[in-house]
Design a protein around this ligand. Structure first.
Ligand code: DAH
Length: 357
C-alpha cells in the first residue's frame, strides 16, 4: 500500500495540467481505479484483516483526493499568475498621438500666445463673432463715414427690407472685445482676446476668416514703455530666442493715439526666418495708447485711466514661426497637410516645459 501511495503522490506532484490530474484521479480513485480494486479485495479478507485494511484504504483514498485538490488549486493559481503577467498594461505609457490626430498650427500658436501672456498676468476675454456696429466700429472711434470702415472689407449680416438700423457684421478684428471687456470689468484691466475675425479678401496671405489676438492693459500710469517691454518679452518667448529688436513705426489707427506699427529685426536665409539678427524688418502687429474716446465709450474715465492696446495676426505668426508658405492651406482640411504641420495632441505648451518640443 505504501508503494501505491508513493506512486500516486509522485504522479500528482509531477502533473502539469488539469487533464493529466483527471487521468490520474480516474486511474487511482475512480470507480475502476487501483484503490477501488483493492477495496473490492476486502470482501475476500477475514474480518480482522478487513478491520485494518478498510480504514487504511479509505485514508489512502482521502489522501490522494486531497493531493489532487491541492495540486488543482496550485495549477489554477499558476495559470492566473501567468495571465496577469501576459495581460499587464502600463497605463502610464503615453498615448499614440497619431490616433488622436494632430493640433492645428493655429490652435498651437493660440495656445503659445495665451500661455506667454498668462505668465505676464493677462486674462483671456471673449466676444461674439457676429458683432454689432457699435462694438466693431463706433465705440472704437470709427464713426459711420470714417474711411477705416472701407478698409475693413466687412461682411454684413442680412437685414430685412425697411430695417434701417445698422446691420450686424462678422467682426473684422478682435478690437471690439476691448470694448466688451472694459464695459464688463472696468479698470484696471489686463486681457488678451484671441479669436476668429472675417474680411472679404482672398490670396496667398489673406483668407476670409483668419485669427487675431487683441491685447489691452489699462491702469493709472501705463505708458508706451510698458507696451514696448511687453511686446519685446512676448517676441522673445514666442520665437524662443534670447534677444529681439523691435522697431516702432508711427502709424494711425482710429482707436489709439499715438499709434505704432511694430517691426521685428530678422533675416531670411534659404527661406528660413532668423529672428533677432540680420538687416530685414518684418511687420508683426499694430498697437498704441488707447484713445480717450474709446475709454469713455467703454465706461472708463479717461481722466483717471490710460493704457495700451495691440492686435497681432495669429495665422501670420504661425506662418513665420513654422515656415508655412501659404495661408490658404490652413483652412483646406487636407489631412496630409495637417499631419505635416500639426503638433502632438498631448504636448501642451508651457513656460516651464517649453512652448515647442
Ligand atoms: N484692429 C487692428 C486691425 O485689425 C489691429 C490693431 C491695431 C489692434 C492697433 C489694436 C491696436 O489694439 O492698438 O487691423
Amino acid at each position: 500500500m505504501d508503494d501505491l501511495r508513493q506512486k500516486y503522490l509522485d504522479l500528482v506532484a509531477g502533473a502539469a495540467d488539469e487533464a493529466t490530474l483527471e487521468d490520474i484521479r480516474l486511474q487511482a480513485v475512480g470507480k475502476k481505479g487501483e484503490v477501488a480494486l483493492k477495496m473490492r479485495e476486502l470482501g475476500k479478507m477475514t474480518p480482522e484483516e478487513r478491520q485494518i485494511m478498510g480504514p487504511k484504504l479509505n485514508a489512502l483514498k482521502d489522501e490522494i483526493n486531497a493531493a489532487l485538490a491541492a495540486k488543482k488549486a496550485a495549477l489554477a493559481d499558476a495559470a492566473l499568475e501567468e495571465r496577469l503577467r501576459g495581460e499587464w498594461l502600463d497605463v502610464t505609457l503615453p498615448a499614440r498621438s497619431r490616433r488622436l490626430g494632430t493640433i492645428h498650427p493655429v490652435s498651437q500658436v493660440t495656445e503659445e500666445v495665451t500661455t506667454i501672456f498668462a505668465d505676464m498676468g493677462f486674462a483671456v476675454a471673449e466676444g461674439p463673432q457676429i458683432e454689432d456696429d457699435f462694438h466693431n466700429f463706433d465705440a472704437l472711434n470709427i464713426p459711420p463715414h470714417h474711411p477705416a470702415r472701407q478698409e475693413h472689407d466687412t461682411f454684413f449680416m442680412h437685414r430685412d427690407e425697411g430695417d434701417d438700423r445698422p446691420p450686424h457684421v462678422l467682426r473684422t478684428h478682435t478690437s471690439p472685445v476691448q470694448i466688451r471687456a472694459m464695459l464688463k470689468q472696468g479698470a484696471p484691466l489686463r486681457v488678451i482676446a484671441p479669436g476668429r475675425v472675417y474680411r472679404s479678401d482672398y490670396d496667398q496671405t489673406h483668407t476670409p476668416m483668419f485669427h487675431q489676438v487683441e491685447g489691452l492693459a489699462i491702469d493709472r500710469d501705463i505708458s508706451m514703455a510698458n507696451l514696448k517691454w511687453t511686446l519685446e518679452e512676448f517676441c522673445r518667448a514666442f520665437f524662443e530666442v534670447d534677444e529681439v529688436e523691435l522697431r516702432f513705426r508711427a502709424s494711425h489707427f482710429p482707436f489709439t493715439e499715438p499709434s505704432a506699427e511694430v517691426d521685428l529685426r530678422c533675416s531670411w536665409e534659404n527661406g528660413q526666418l532668423k529672428v533677432g539678427q540680420g538687416d530685414d524688418w518684418m511687420e508683426i502687429l499694430g498697437s498704441g495708447m488707447v484713445h480717450p474716446k474709446v475709454l469713455d465709450a467703454s465706461g472708463v474715465d479717461s481722466t483717471q485711466w490710460q493704457g495700451f492696446a495691440f492686435g497681432i495676426g495669429i495665422d501670420r505668426l504661425a506662418m513665420l514661426k513654422y515656415g508655412i508658405p501659404d495661408l490658404r492651406a490652413f483652412f483646406d482640411s487636407d489631412l496630409r497637410w495637417l499631419r505635416h504641420y500639426g503638433f502632438a495632441a498631448l504636448d501642451m505648451p508651457t513656460m516651464r516645459g517649453g512652448l515647442t518640443r
